[in-house]
Design a protein around this ligand. Structure first.
Ligand code: TUI
Length: 309
């Protein structure tokens, strides 16, 4: 079965769950445009998630999902809200959903874990995942080590559930490339940041427009939570401290509340501007529906015109 049939959507495009950003306005815009919008519940309480779900339902009658960031400690509480509100699709990230899988499956929820490696992809399939997002290191936020180009065909060969590609996809060419590598769909985060509907501070969008190909960097490898973001004053300080081998606490203090600083206050120098490598190819802020139409048309054209000679 295709991803569009599985998820009851028009186009095989999922919107990546970006913490504090992927809320009702963006989620509903993506779903209304024929993709699957996904609420990022990381950092939310159960009641905050319920409010966001209700807001999304008020803006769209199309399907949407909720992402559970598994480093969170309130997954049970969030799960209860997801079930009560009748959300049908859950994506997971930054950990293994093993403990919760039986509860979600029992409730008839489709589970799509995001994974950075073949080994974890296999594990998720065994746990009963309905599909999988294979995310390359080009992505923004918490990332693995392998590139999408190398990871995707290896995951496709290793599992028999549908594979959705993520990391490094910024337009229709990237979508066509993902399908060429065996993907059944794509998940995109960074490109949706620079849309009119995205509820992130304007400065964050401008930082994405300004950033070039080499302007994102991965920090935090040493403490086991590597994160890709746009290089700025805070990141340079973080790198300096990392090299000095300072205590974990010092690093944590620097990053504490840093995402909120960038997302809500628009402080893109002292805040954490998580974004993927495709940020270098974003030149314009546009409405989600226009972006989706353009990307789908371009992907189809690229696929049709592909010649190898
Ligand atoms: O989760 C993401 N990206 C994220 S989460 C996030 S919030 C955050 N903020 C600050 C520090 C850290 C996180 C920002 N971006 N992507 C999906 C993803 N999942 N990438 C890697 C993984 C992953 C890692 C290990 C998935 C499963 C996994 O399993 C471990 C195991 O033992 O099976």
């Amino acid at each position: 079965m295709s991803i569009t049939e599985l998820l009851h959507i028009e186009y095989p495009i999922l919107q990546g769950a970006m913490a504090q950003i992927a809320k009702a306005p963006l989620v509903a815009a993506v779903s209304n445009a024929g993709g699957l919008g996904i609420i990022a519940s990381g950092g939310m309480s159960g009641e905050e998630l319920r409010t966001e779900i209700k807001k999304t339902k008020a803006l769209t009658d199309k399907p949407f999902g909720v992402n559970l960031m598994l480093m969170m400690t309130n997954i049970e509480e969030l799960t209860a809200v997801i079930i009560e509100e009748g959300v049908k699709v859950v994506t997971t990230g930054a950990g293994t959903p093993k403990t919760y899988m039986p509860i979600w499956k029992e409730a008839g929820i489709m589970v799509i874990p995001v994974v950075p490696s073949v080994m974890i992809a296999r594990k998720m399939e065994q746990l009963g995942a309905d599909a999988i997002v294979a995310e390359g290191t080009e992505a923004g936020g918490h990332v693995g080590e392998t590139t999408t180009m190398a990871l995707l065909p290896q995951v496709v060969d290793a599992v028999s559930i549908p594979v959705i590609a993520a990391g490094g996809i910024g337009d229709g060419r990237g979508i066509a490339a993902a399908f060429a590598l065996g993907a059944h769909g794509v998940q995109m985060g960074t490109r949706f940041l620079a849309t009119e509907e995205c509820p992130v501070h304007e400065n964050f969008k401008l930082a994405c427009l300004k950033a070039k190909d080499r302007d994102t960097v991965v920090t935090g490898r040493r403490n086991g939570a590597p994160v890709r973001s746009i290089k700025n004053k805070m990141i340079k300080e973080y790198q300096r401290l990392e090299e000095e081998d300072v205590d974990r606490d010092v690093l944590e203090e620097l990053t504490l509340g840093s995402l909120r600083k960038a997302v809500q206050e628009g402080d893109t120098e002292n805040g954490s501007v998580m974004a993927g490598q495709i940020t270098g190819m974003i030149t314009e802020i546009k409405p989600v529906s226009e972006l989706m139409q353009e990307m789908v048309a371009q992907a189809k054209q690229v696929a049709n015109e592909l010649t190898i000679k």
